[in-house]
Design a protein around this ligand. Structure first.
Ligand SMILES: [Zn+2]
Length: 128
């Protein structure tokens, strides 16, 4: 998903196409991929920092919205186009991206585990 054209292809059912700031091209250029759900058809996620934004308005500027919400995103702070990165720079970027990904997965798992513990404690207390 480092390539803009691959990200842009994810915006097949994107509602904002013309005469607005958040076209698929601009969304992809700002690092977003379209990841809709049944209840949230306009969710866009940064492939790098994994921030999810929804409730887009035609005047929203994707790059500005991304910077506003996560200014330290490694994609936003990348000094070159992806095609100009050296192999070493690419692997450093990928290392950072995977760190972000694993942190998010671990936080989700820990939240599930906490819910499970709370549920189990509730059951135990109800039996006493
Ligand atoms: Zn990002």
């Amino acid at each position: 998903m480092y390539r803009q054209e691959l990200r842009e292809r994810t915006f097949v059912d994107w509602p904002f196409r013309e005469d607005c700031n958040c076209t698929p091209e601009k969304m992809a250029k700002a690092g977003f991929v379209h990841c809709p759900s049944e209840n949230e058809p306009d969710v866009a996620c940064c492939f790098f920092c994994l921030i999810e934004l929804e409730g887009w308005e035609p005047d929203d500027d994707p790059w500005s919205e991304h910077v506003k919400r996560y200014p330290n995103c490694g994609f936003l702070t990348m000094k070159k186009d992806f095609t100009e990165l050296t192999v070493g720079e690419y692997f450093l970027m990928e290392q950072e991206r995977l760190k972000v990904f694993h942190r998010k997965v671990c936080h989700k798992k820990m939240a599930c585990f906490r819910d499970f513990i709370d549920h189990t404690l509730g059951k135990i207390k109800s039996l006493m």
